[in-house]
Design a protein around this ligand. Structure first.
Ligand SMILES: *Cc1c(COP(=O)(O)O)cnc(C)c1O
Length: 222
């Protein structure tokens, strides 16, 4: 098994090189270490290395894992990157600093109501289904401008857009499309790029890359 510690510094080095190659400032890309389904020891090893930005794709799993780590490590920045059911929105908002999967009016309305009620709201990314895949979450590219406007009209803190390209297509086309939609909506946050394609994503403007297996090793289940 590869060591998480070595892998983390290797990924950071590759991110820095990709920033340089793209002529972007050092530190302009945030690495979200996707810890879903990883054993606690591997997550702990990455925390001990000083990394603080993590991603989970299930609220339930995040709720079981992160309060304990937060009690022992300061300044953890937790991002929900997986689909969010409306009835879990309250829990997700209490737990997470960012939600990358805002993808429908009903969820946006619920988040807006809870934000009013609690006086706080995580940073939000709107998920765009750039590949127009029926099984995948996200607003269609043609609906994205309208949905961004709708979220803004509710005073939601829209930080940017997120996509997960189809597994069998050239990711660069999807990253470029996401960047184009973000740009015409005046958004600069771009959550795109995973273990296999984060350098391509950085070349096309990613501000947040979501890297799991390249840091932690293969997921054993789920
Ligand atoms: C699991 C996951 C990732 C990380 O995938 P890797 O290929 O392991 O880097 C990124 N984004 C989302 C939405 C995920 O669910």
């Amino acid at each position: 098994m590869r060591s998480s510690l070595l892998s983390l510094s290797e990924i950071n080095t590759r991110i820095a090189a990709a920033e340089r190659n793209a002529g972007r400032p050092a530190g302009s890309v945030q690495l979200i270490a996707v810890s879903k389904v990883q054993p606690d020891e591997r997550v702990e090893a990455v925390l001990q290395q000083g990394h603080r930005i993590f991603g989970e794709n299930r609220v339930q799993e995040a709720a079981g894992k992160w309060p304990g780590f937060r009690a022992r490590y300061d300044e953890i920045d937790l991002h929900l990157i997986g689909p969010l059911q409306t009835n879990k929105a309250r829990q997700a908002m209490a737990l997470c600093d960012a939600i990358h999967s805002v993808d429908r009016p009903k969820l946006a309305t619920t988040i807006a109501r809870l934000a009013q009620e609690t006086g706080t709201c995580p940073a939000l990314f709107i998920q765009v289904n750039t590949g127009e895949e029926t099984q995948k979450a996200g607003v269609l590219p043609t609906d994205a401008d309208g949905f961004v406007a709708e979220c803004r009209a509710m005073d939601l803190p829209v930080r940017g857009l997120m996509c997960i390209p189809p597994a069998d297509e050239e990711p660069a086309l999807h990253f470029a499309l996401l960047a184009q939609i973000a740009s015409r909506n005046g958004l600069d946050g771009l959550s795109m790029g995973m273990s296999g394609d984060f350098e391509t994503a950085i070349a096309l403007g990613a501000t947040h890359v979501r890297v799991g297996s390249a840091i932690f090793g293969a997921r054993e289940a789920g």
